[in-house]
Every structure is written in C-alpha cells, then in structure tokens.
Design a protein around this ligand. Structure first.
Ligand SMILES: *[C@@H]1O[C@H](CO)[C@@H](O)[C@H](O)[C@H]1NC(C)=O
Ligand SMILES: *[C@@H]1O[C@H](CO)[C@@H](O)[C@H](O)[C@H]1NC(C)=O
Ligand SMILES: *[C@@H]1O[C@H](CO)[C@@H](O)[C@H](O)[C@H]1NC(C)=O
Ligand SMILES: *[C@@H]1O[C@H](CO)[C@@H](O)[C@H](O)[C@H]1NC(C)=O
Length: 606
C-alpha cells in the first residue's frame, strides 16, 4: 500500500507538469494585441516587477512560522502545527504558490497591524469609515471614467458569488469589429503582469464570443467560443449551458446544408450584440463559473479556472469598439461594522477555558471576503444553546487573501468574534484538503473534541438535531453524513471535479461523505494528522473524497470503520426535516433560523 500511495503522490507532481503544458499552449487565434500587454504595461512600470523563484523557500516558511510578532495570536493557533505539512515535496500543485503569496500577504498585514497599533488614538468610528472605503458595496463609473484608459471599475475587495457587474453600451457602428471586457486579478506572486481572470471578446466579423483566461506563467488557456459546436454544446456550468442553446441549435441545424450565408444570417439574428444598438449586459458569478446575461437572456457561461477564482478579481477593463453608457458593480463583499458598534456579546465565540474536551467541533470552510455569510451563521445556527454554552465549538477556517485590505478586515473580524482560524496559505480551491488536515489538527491538538465536523459557509446546520443523532452513534471509527458508496472520478476535462488518471488511476472512489457536512470521530482525525506528518497518506485535491481515501486506509490498517449514511444531510438545496442544507444565501440562512424559532419546524425558505 505504501508504494502504491507513493506512486500516486509522484503522479500528482507529474500532473502539475501536465497542467502547465496544457495551459501553456498559446492560443494563436487571438492576435497579440489582445494579450494584456496593452492594458498592463503602463501601470506595471509603477510597480517593481516581482521576480521570485517558484518554490517554497525556507525564508518564506521562517517568516510565516517563526515571526515573533505573530506568535500566540488567537487566530493563528493551527498555524504553528502546519509547517511539517507544507514542506512536503509531493505537495499539491498550488501549495508553493499559495504559501509564497501568504508570506507576502502576511508581511503586508503585519505592517498594517503595527501601524494601527501605533495610531491607537484613531477612534472606532474612523476605523469603521475606513472599512467602508476599503470595501465599498457598490462601485460605478461615470462619464469621464469610461475612456477605457484606466480600469473602468476598481474592486478592492474582489467579488463574491452574490456580486454582479452591469454594463450598458452601444457597439460601434462603423470602424470596429470587436470589443472586449476583462476581469483583471490581483498580481500573482512571481509574476509581473496581472492575470486576466476572464477575457470576454465580442467579435462582429464572425459573430462570436470568445472567453478565456491569461496569466504570465501559463499564457492563454483553452478558449471557449459561442456559438459552440461539438461536445462542448452539452457542457453546463451551474446548470446553465456554455452558450445560449438557441444560437447553437440554429448554427448546427443549418450546417449540414452547407448554406453558409443562411447560417450566418440566422446566427446573426440570434447574436446578442448588435452594432449601433444599445444593450445591457450583466455578468454574475455562480458557484462554478461566470455567467453573462444580455438584455435579460442568459447568453454565455464560463467555468472558473484553477487559481483564477472570482475573489481574486480586482478591476474591470473594457476596450475596443464599444461606447459605454454606464458601468457598475453591485453587491460587492462588505465587512460588517464590527468596529464602530460594540460587538454584541451574543455573537462572539464563548470562552473555552476550563473546557477539557468538547462534544463537537464544527469547522466551517470560508473565504476571505465572504463577510456576509459568516455574519449570517453567527446570527443563526451559531446561536444554538449548545454552541453558546461551549459544548459545541464553531470555527471558520480561512486562508489569506491576496488583497491586504481584505486581510486587514478579516483580522479585525477575527479579533472581534474570536471564531476565525487563519491558514498559512492563500485560499485556492486546490488547497482545500490541506484545510481539512488543518481542521483535524484543530480538533485534536487545539480544541480537542469527541467529534469533528466539516461544513461550508453557505450551509445551515441544525446543531440540536445533529447532537441528538450523534448520541446513538459509535464514538470511534465513525464517518457520518451523506455518503457516496459507489462513485467514480469525473474524467470530463474542464469540470471543477475533473480528476486525471495520474491523480486517481482507479475507476472508482472508496466511500466518502459529501463535503457540505460530514462528521468524523476524533481517532480518525488523529490518524489523518499522524498519517500526513509521516507522509504516508496521499494529498488529493477534492477534500471530501480525500477524507474518504484516508478513512479507507484507517479501515484497512487500524479499525473497521462505521460508515453511517443519513439522507437528512442535503448537499444541494433544501428539503424539510433536514439536519443540514447547502447552497443557502445569507438571507435564506436567516430565514431558516427564523422559521425554526417561530414555528419550531425545519422547513425550507425558497
Ligand atoms: C490588433 O491587431 C490587428 C492585427 O495585428 C490590427 O489590424 C488591429 O488594428 C489591432 N487592433 C488594435 C486595437 O490595436
Ligand atoms: C517579523 O516581522 C517583522 C515585521 O514585518 C520583520 O521586521 C521581521 O524581520 C520578521 N522576523 C522574522 C524572523 O522574519
Ligand atoms: C474576429 O473573427 C475574425 C474571423 O474569424 C478573425 O479573423 C479575427 O481575428 C477575430 N477578431 C478578434 C478580435 O478575435
Ligand atoms: C473495511 O474493512 C472491512 C474488513 O476489514 C472490509 O470488509 C470492508 O470492505 C472495508 N471497507 C472499505 C470501504 O474499504
């Protein structure tokens, strides 16, 4: 078994190379002038290009783990235990970059914290004002700003799943054949140019919309084009097709006739952008990808690419033949006003001093700018008596953000509520299973608990029902949740859950419990921590399947595991009589809580 798992670990490294090779294919279809050169060069000359080698240097790790100014901070309790896990040579592909960026972020943050300490005279009200300025919930560009020279919209605290960007414009009637919209990200460590999280090119020569991503290191990714042909036609993102089906269908039906003119004119009729005619385009952000609605109709979707997720976006740029009438971004992530109003005692984490072993630790996986989601949980199911009394502890596990303002806001939030644990890496999706290891450390070494639960910040957990259900469960060798006993790797490239043969050569996975909420007993958490310290458990990027893989090993080598399936854990949407529901917006989370309080019933809100 050992050799076999080592084989997989090596394969993970091989996969990294495969990825690089796949993404480095330059896309010759896009002319040079559609790279970032035009948009980034002038502003880049202002910054020192960051030329850093791309592996974890000891200096970085020393900074993160030895710096006395961070030592003993309450939000960094897992931190000191994490070092051996990050030095693994077979680490997940994103680890080196995630840690390197965390080092830069932490240096900036320590600087800001110290500055704030020195200027302690500044009143709470001022801090709160500054928070608003740091992270506005709405930005708009008017008249003068529409010239296209500078970024159209600056988004200092990134985007979340609730945000959207709306552009009203008229495509040039005469000269221009195309225009493009770009979502530009914060600079990645080791790169001098900002990444393009989404490049959206509307081309009138051959009516089409081409979407892609670009980073300095990987170049252009593989483009998606609408109208689309072939197998991509069936791909969906957040349950929406990649391209508006009406456009695609007509294009396909016409092509066997070979009547190109006919095809073009029909496509044209369905093409959402028309020269000289105003449109309203809204770009919004789902769980899995970007979606564009034009004049009220869904037109295109684009799955997020690895490491290029919406929280990284820092600006919107528009160029080419488009006369913009207005541009705005709404429902941007805003931190709560915990600096000015006295934080309600009821919302802060109860002290655990004197508590030796708690019944349940709930680790909520969250991301820096999801301020609203965390507040909704604090005001709802974190108010259960069991949580308030310290029988159950709830902690948010959050990686650092690449933006220093978001980090500062998070730091303040952590100080105010005492329920945040930071990770010594930046929050890339591919690093989630490192967070799972961190949760196991938290539940065994920092806040030892009989059971440890993993959940997400858009899940609602009925702690009362869960506790009574756990009473009849075994206290060791337990995996409890919504369990997939028979599942196989997704081999569809481009899927968020895509797993190559190198990452997982077998045709099926061992049993695993769905990520929005599962519970393990403490012996399993200990096994996971030890197994990773000794490096004989593999790292696998899908965190819930990874837990299933580790638990199978426990079952084979230590003790027979009880896999207990419970359909009351809903991994997508809501059904009444639930223990857990997922994909709930902050509004729905508060609504579910209210229903439980008023009607004492676990009924849904949609
Ligand atoms: C982009 O490049 C093409 C060909 O290289 C050129 O014809 C076109 O004018 C350029 N467009 C802009 C906006 O520079
Ligand atoms: C700790 O942080 C401070 C402030 O950023 C820095 O000056 C110092 O060199 C750091 N110490 C170590 C050991 O990295
Ligand atoms: C637009 O489409 C034409 C025809 O396929 C192509 O030659 C041109 O390069 C495209 N322009 C852009 C900006 O992609
Ligand atoms: C767990 O172990 C038992 C016996 O040791 C075995 O029958 C069972 O198939 C194992 N389960 C898994 C998921 O590997």
């Amino acid at each position: 078994m050992k050799n076999w798992s080592l084989g997989i670990s090596i394969s993970v490294v091989v996969l990294t190379l495969v990825f690089v090779i796949r993404y480095e294919q330059p896309d010759h279809k896009l002319p040079r002038n559609h790279t970032v050169d035009d948009v980034s060069k002038e502003e880049e000359s202002v910054h020192e290009p960051a030329k850093k080698p791309h592996f974890i240097t000891l200096e970085d790790l020393d900074y993160l783990f030895l710096n006395e100014s961070l030592y003993g901070e309450e939000g960094l309790l897992v931190w000191s235990h994490m070092r051996p896990f990050l030095e693994r040579p077979d680490a997940l592909p994103e680890t080196a970059q995630g840690i390197e960026e965390a080092t830069l972020a932490m240096k900036d943050l320590v600087f800001l914290i110290n500055k704030e300490k020195r200027a302690s005279s500044s009143s709470a009200a001022m801090v709160s004002k500054e928070s608003r300025r740091n992270c506005p919930d709405f930005v708009t560009a008017i008249d003068g700003d529409l010239s296209g020279l500078r970024p159209l919209l600056e988004l200092p605290c990134g985007l979340t799943e609730d945000s959207s960007i709306t552009l009203v414009g008229v495509p040039d009637e005469e000269h221009s054949r195309s225009f493009q919209i770009q979502l530009v990200g914060s600079r990645l460590s080791g790169e001098s140019y900002h990444p393009i999280i989404l490049s959206y090119v509307v081309n009138f020569s051959e009516p089409s919309i081409v979407q892609n991503t670009w980073t300095e290191k990987l170049g252009w990714g593989s483009e998606t084009r609408c109208p689309c042909h072939g197998s991509v036609r069936n791909q969906i993102v957040d349950e929406l097709p990649l391209c508006n089906r009406r456009t695609s269908r007509i294009a396909l039906e016409e092509s066997p006739n070979g009547d190109a003119t006919m095809e073009l004119s029909l496509e044209n009729a369905n093409f959402p952008f028309i020269k000289g005619s105003p449109f309203t385009a809204t770009l919004w952000f789902g769980l899995e990808g970007f979606h564009m609605t034009v004049d009220g109709r869904h037109e295109t979707s684009f799955a997020y690419r690895e490491k290029l997720e919406p929280w990284l976006v820092s600006a919107v740029k528009v160029s080419g033949g488009l006369k913009l009438l207005s541009a705005s971004a709404t429902r941007l992530p805003v931190p709560d006003d915990h600096a000015s109003v006295a934080v309600e005692e009821q919302l802060t984490a109860p002290s655990l001093s004197g508590v030796t072993k708690i019944a349940l630790l709930v680790g909520v996986f969250s991301t820096g700018n999801n301020f609203k989601r965390r507040m909704a949980l604090r005001r709802s199911w974190m108010q259960y008596e069991a949580v308030r009394s310290g029988k159950v502890a709830v902690r948010f596990l959050i990686g650092l953000h690449t933006n220093e303002k978001v980090n500062l806001e998070m730091w303040r939030e952590a100080k105010a509520y005492g329920d945040i644990q930071f990770m010594p890496f930046v929050d890339y999706y591919g690093l989630l299973s490192l967070k799972t290891v961190a949760l196991c450390i938290l539940g065994t070494k920092v806040i030892p608990a009989k059971y440890i639960m993993k959940t997400d910040d858009d899940a609602f957990v009925r702690i009362d029902e869960l506790l009574s259900s756990l009473q009849e469960k075994p206290s060791s060798a337990l995996l409890y949740g919504l369990i997939s006993f028979e599942s196989s790797p997704d081999r569809e490239q481009g899927s968020k859950w895509y797993i190559s043969k190198e990452e997982w050569p077998l045709d099926s996975y061992p049993p695993w419990a769905h990520g929005p909420g599962y519970i393990i007993s403490q012996d399993i958490a200990k096994f996971v921590v030890k197994g990773h310290r000794q490096r004989d458990l593999i790292l696998f990027k899908l965190e819930d399947v990874a837990m299933g893989i580790w638990i199978q090993r426990y079952n084979q080598t230590v003790k027979r595991v009880k896999y207990i399936n419970d359909r009351r854990f809903h991994n997508s949407g809501c059904l009444s009589d639930y223990i857990l529901v997922h994909y709930q917006t902050p509004r729905l989370v508060l609504c579910l809580w209210e229903k439980l309080q008023k009607e004492s019933q676990s009924v849904c809100c949609e």
